[in-house]
Write a protein that binds this ligand. Structure first.
Ligand code: PEP
Ligand code: MG
Length: 371
């Protein structure tokens, strides 16, 4: 078991006593979760689930789920995926030992799950008992010009609702299991790439029915929290409505930056150096949060959500959540916690302590009578 040096641990504990915001980690593997614990994360703030479906045992089933025309074929694929997904969450809950775990529902760009060659299409046609020409046509129909602006996140979740049903069931069954082992956990389910309240409403109703079914089958009571990722400008602007259906919001600033600038997060680096050299931007906005652009949407979203639902939890889980400069903004925005890569957790703990102390000193200086 790797561990931190004693004096460093002491320093981090002092920092924890000073800081006014929570720090969680982004983690979706057992290794990440263990690292997160070792570095003192107060939970998992973002467990991405799409990578869990890339391995050879799962990819064909997920493809079948997306391509199946008949509900019974979807059900077969679902039955294969459910036990694996339940085991993923059972393991994470166990490692996190009662700390909160926020699981984000499936959020791929669809093209990552389409078969790319003849062989893949043939396999899919065989397992679904469809003519090859049918699968070829469907792949063509599902191929998007802009996958990052297409059938991602909740859009796929609403189009193929069985995927989220399966994940919600896996989460609830794993929570019941953890509860029986004495490791009480209140799972948090997060809906990705939302842009309209109705999306949240639709997913929420289905998740509520899954929860009711699992409670009845397992004769177990459990609670959970449902949240929404705010990563489109529209979701930030409509955060008040969205808050009606969510007990927490988490800003995904990677996509929010991409969509606010209309600039591909995967391609931005190609010209950023020349833009910085010409002083169009001071910094790469994908590395340091653009406080008066993207940050303004964060402020607007947080304010509108809190106005409609006082006490709603508001967090940030994009890459910016691990950057010291961006953290000072998060503190000013009054976010409840940030969630960053496990290796950035110690830096976030220290940076937040420093920022909190600086803020409090500035406040008390401002409140002092002038002499
Ligand atoms: C984000 O968009 O900021 C986010 C956290 O999600 P992902 O990076 O997985 O798109
Ligand atoms: Mg995102």
């Amino acid at each position: 078991e790797p561990a931190l040096d004693d004096s460093f641990t002491q320093l981090l504990e002092w920092a924890d006593a000073a800081r006014a915001m929570g720090v969680r980690a982004n983690a979706d593997t057992p290794e990440d979760a263990r690292t997160a614990r070792m570095f003192g994360a107060q939970g998992i703030g973002l467990c991405r689930t799409e990578h869990m479906f890339f391995d050879a045992a799962r990819l064909p089933a997920m493809r079948e789920m997306i391509f199946a025309r008949r509900p019974e074929d979807r059900r077969l694929a679902l039955d294969r995926l459910l036990p694996m997904q339940r085991a993923d969450f059972t393991t994470l809950f166990r490692i996190m030992d009662g700390y909160p775990v926020t699981i984000r529902l499936f959020d791929p760009p669809l093209h990552e799950f389409l078969p790319h060659d003849r062989e893949g299409m043939r396999e899919l046609a065989e397992s679904l008992d469809l003519p090859l020409s049918d699968v070829v046509r469907r792949v063509e129909a599902l191929t998007e010009y802009n996958p990052m602006l297409g059938m991602r996140g909740v859009r796929l979740g609403i189009t193929v609702p069985e995927i989220y049903d399966m994940q919600a069931r896996a989460i609830f069954e794993a929570a019941v299991e953890a509860g029986r082992q004495g490791e009480g956990v209140v799972p948090e389910i997060m809906i990705p790439l939302v842009s309209a309240m109705r999306e949240v409403e639709l997913v929420r109703h289905r998740i509520e029915s899954v929860a009711a079914a699992v409670r009845a089958e397992r004769r177990a009571g459990f609670t959970y929290r449902l949240g929404v990722m705010v990563e489109t400008p529209r979701a930030a602007l409509r955060a008040g409505d969205i808050a009606e259906h969510a007990s927490f919001l988490s800003f995904g600033t990677n996509d929010l930056t991409q969509m606010t600038y209309g600039l591909s997060r995967d391609d931005a680096a190609r010209f950023m150096n020349s833009y910085i050299a010409q002083r169009v931007f001071d910094e790469d906005p994908f590395h340091i949060l653009d406080q008066d652009g993207v940050g303004e949407l964060v402020m607007i979203g947080a304010a509108r959500a809190r106005e409609r639902r006082p006490g709603i939890t508001v967090a940030m889980c994009g890459e910016h959540a691990g950057n010291a400069e961006s953290l000072s903004f998060c503190l000013r925005a009054g976010l409840d916690y940030v969630s960053c890569s496990p290796f950035r957790v110690p830096v976030a703990r220290l940076a937040l302590a420093q920022e909190t102390i600086a803020r409090d000193m500035a406040d008390s200086a401002a409140g002092m009578p002038r002499g």
